[in-house]
Design a protein around this ligand. Sequence first.
Ligand SMILES: [Zn+2]
Length: 256
Amino acid sequence: MVELIDSHAHLDFDKFNKDRDEVIERAKNNGIVKIINVGSDLSSSHRSLQLSQKYEMIYAVVGVHPHEAKHLDKDALKVLKDLSKADKVIGIGEIGLDFHYDNSPRDIQREAFRKQLRLAKEVNLPVVVHSREADEDTIKILKEEKMNNHNVLLHSYTGGKELAEKASEMGFYFGAGGIVTFNSASELKKIIQKIPLTRILIETDSPYLAPEPHRGKRNEPLYVKEVAKFVASLKNTNLESVAEITKENTELFFNI
Ligand SMILES: [Zn+2]
């Protein structure tokens, strides 16, 4: 069976309260060998850690999402640092900038992003970045914080061509998720075609952004296979090689 990793999921969210075990079992029985569960605030970071302790195949990333940036005070940063040292916590994220929703003021988002990048360097863990409609600021901050010698993943990439080029120069990785399968994403498809497969991780971002043919439904790690199939078609290759290369990329990136 083809083995795949879902490099970005939120299985701790309420949407999985009724059938979390079945969702994980379904993924496991269909070749999904690892799932990275990503925090978006302190409590979801705690829950990610708990999931990683309960299920052998799950790993945790801890961090405060730009939506929640206003809550990242000194105490919260200390909690994150403690969490980051736990067994099976393999990264800091998701952190970054979201200028689409602006749920936290932009200056506060920038500050929270910088603080967590510094934390990632301090504890020597890779970084999972969320960037939406903030291409220029994202790359500027990553440059200023000298993240070029660090493992940085631009998850569920939706940025433009320019950010993709600059991020490639800095040696960053790109997360391909459900959006690349959407008919409307023609620009993104071109960008993904240009990025070498050795720089791509695949993900679901469950419960959001279900890929075709499941678009509009709740997403789950099993559907990472649809993303991989689609990336294979974009790259004129087969599912087997996309699975093998992206699995290896993910394991190297997170050191798992
Ligand atoms: Zn996410």
